[in-house]
Write a protein that binds this ligand. Structure first.
Ligand SMILES: C[S@@+](CC[C@H](N)C(=O)[O-])C[C@H]1O[C@@H](n2cnc3c(N)ncnc32)[C@H](O)[C@@H]1O
Length: 235
């Protein structure tokens, strides 16, 4: 997302701030030794998914996978699908690499970069079967709401990268973000809501419980899950 500074210059508003989390020795080793197996470098070229996975299968993209436990579990349980995860937090990527290796996965690839830029430059149009965004950073303060990932321009970007009948799954544990998500989608004709539920953690919508969800539940939060279907072609 682009904003203007006081002197009129363009500034990108990102949905994350880079946290300087400490890497464990094994995460550090994984980033070096397992990256060639699972990692995808960022660059200006569009990805060729068939070449990347060594086969042709629907691609499920998870944006902001955190420590990747949910992503690894879904990839292990759905060997017929190809999974691509994007995350900026290095220790999370390191953790996910270790888990993916332990699980012996061949249908998972990871990108360590801003998902918005990856979608813009590396993901071909109409190439994804499903996008999962589980517990995006809620940015609870009003002055930070512009950093929230779910925004009209972002919906347009996701819509253009999903194939016909593509699905977008979102979950949050922040009541105010849930309202924001409902507002943004209700003002757009790019997606139709196929399923929505508010629950106490007992009815996740076609996904395992995530680490951040667990944390929210411990604080007494409720959970909102949505499954949207791509409604219109957008290019
Ligand atoms: C609240 S955490 C949720 C993590 C995980 N999905 C879960 O539920 O446990 C949000 C994650 O999104 C990542 N993130 C935020 N904006 C991102 C972006 N533009 N590109 C890639 N990752 C992003 C953050 O680094 C963070 O790990």
């Amino acid at each position: 997302m682009i904003a203007r500074t006081d002197n009129g210059r363009r500034r990108t508003i990102r949905s994350f701030v880079r946290r300087t989390g400490r890497l464990t020795a094994s995460q550090q080793r994984a980033l070096k030794e397992l990256w060639p197996e699972f990692g995808v470098d960022t660059g200006p070229e569009l990805l060729d998914f068939d070449a990347l996975f060594g086969r042709s299968a629907p691609v499920v993209l998870e944006i902001g996978f955190g420590n990747g436990d949910t992503l690894v579990q879904q990839a292990a349980e759905n060997a017929h699908l190809n999974f691509l995860g994007i995350e900026v937090h290095e220790p999370g990527v390191g953790h996910c690499l270790l888990k993916a290796h332990d699980a012996g996965l061949s249908n998972l690839r990871l990108i360590k970069h801003d998902a918005v830029e990856v979608l813009q430059h590396q993901i071909p149009k109409a190439s994804l079967g499903r996008v999962n965004i589980y517990f995006p950073d809620p940015w609870p303060k009003k002055r930070h709401h512009k950093r929230r990932m779910i925004q009209p321009e972002f919906l347009q970007l996701i819509n253009s990268r999903l194939g016909v009948d593509g699905a977008l799954h979102i979950a949050t544990d922040w009541a105010n973000y849930a309202e924001h998500i409902d507002d943004v989608f209700s003002q757009s004709d790019l997606f139709s809501c196929a399923e929505q539920q508010e629950h106490d953690g007992s009815r996740p919508l076609d996904r395992p419980r995530t680490k951040f969800e667990q944390r929210g539940l411990r604080k007494g939060h409720r959970i909102w899950d949505w499954r949207y279907k791509k409604a219109t072609q957008n290019d």
